[in-house]
Design a protein around this ligand. Structure first.
Ligand code: SF4
Ligand code: FES
Length: 263
């Protein structure tokens, strides 16, 4: 049952005009906040107040507001996406806070994700990793019958688990090494577990890992912070799966794999 009692908060928000500008924390009072509001709705209310006063609203990224697009990454009180496990910032509700709380908000802090403005970062490094190998080659034609290609239940389930990754970047932002391994492992596994993903399985892992390195992401040393921060509960076992495929692909050293052909 919802409560109608509202409360007040103090927000410490990172404000930064653009990538090159120096940023700083600015304090705002958020008044009459309903516990039923989402975190982003609370920011909407604060922004309406700022606009009415003629001030620049706080820039934050969002799209679906239902945990599927991955746009809304914010560090809330030091935690990627905030204090609730398996919850994106857009699905975090103000009932997770109480009257008088101080809330600190920052963008992802990661060199490959430069700040665009305030809480918004440029996550196009992930798009470039995907473009390097996160696809399958398909012969277009009529759609095949859904049951024409048998897939073991365990593989189908694992592929679905990996496909839950929304590319939000929380894993890399939370990792002390700034590693994007959880994201890449989810994408590599999602395709590598299914028959359609086999032709490029080994070239894909080599290309995506190479792109991840060249974009400036760090190396995985098994801290596990990525798994803890992931709003979609992508598991570390996918990194182990990626490592196995990467090792196998590296040992094969077939020229067509190195060039990215069929593997
Ligand atoms: S693995 Fe999790 S934290 Fe990383 S991008 Fe995917 S959904 Fe976000
Ligand atoms: S706005 Fe789409 S996941 Fe949060």
């Amino acid at each position: 049952m919802s409560s109608h009692k509202t409360f007040n908060l103090t927000l410490n928000v990172w404000r930064q005009k653009n990538e090159k500008a120096e940023g700083r924390f600015v304090t705002y009072e958020a008044k009459d906040i309903s516990p039923d509001m989402s975190f982003l709705e609370m920011l909407d209310v604060v922004n309406e107040g700022l606009i009415l006063k003629g001030e620049d609203p706080i820039a934050f990224d969002h799209d679906c507001r239902e945990g599927i697009c991955g746009a809304c990454g914010i560090v809330v009180n030091g935690a990627a996406h905030g204090p609730r496990k398996a919850t994106t910032a857009c699905q975090l509700h103000m009932r997770s806070f109480k009257d008088g709380d101080q809330i600190t908000m920052e963008p992802w802090r990661l060199t490959p994700f430069p700040v665009v403005k305030d809480l918004i970062v440029d996550r196009s490094a992930f798009d470039r990793i995907m473009a390097a190998g996160g696809f399958i080659s398909v012969s277009t034609g009529s759609a095949p019958d859904g049951n024409a290609l048998p897939i073991a239940k365990m593989n189908a389930d694992l592929a679905m688990d990996a496909a839950a990754c929304i590319g939000c970047g929380a894993c890399a932002a939370a990792c002390p090494n700034g590693s994007a391994m959880l994201f890449v492992s989810a994408k590599v596994s999602q395709l590598g577990l299914l028959p359609q993903g086999q032709p490029e399985r080994y070239s894909r892992v080599l290309k995506m890992v190479a792109k991840m390195d060249s974009e400036g992401f760090g190396t995985c040393t098994n801290h596990g912070e990525c798994e803890a921060a992931c709003p979609k509960e992508i598991r570390l076992e996918f990194i182990a799966r990626l490592n196995r495929d990467f090792l196998k692909a590296s040992l094969m050293k077939r020229p067509e794999i190195q060039k990215g052909g069929s593997g």
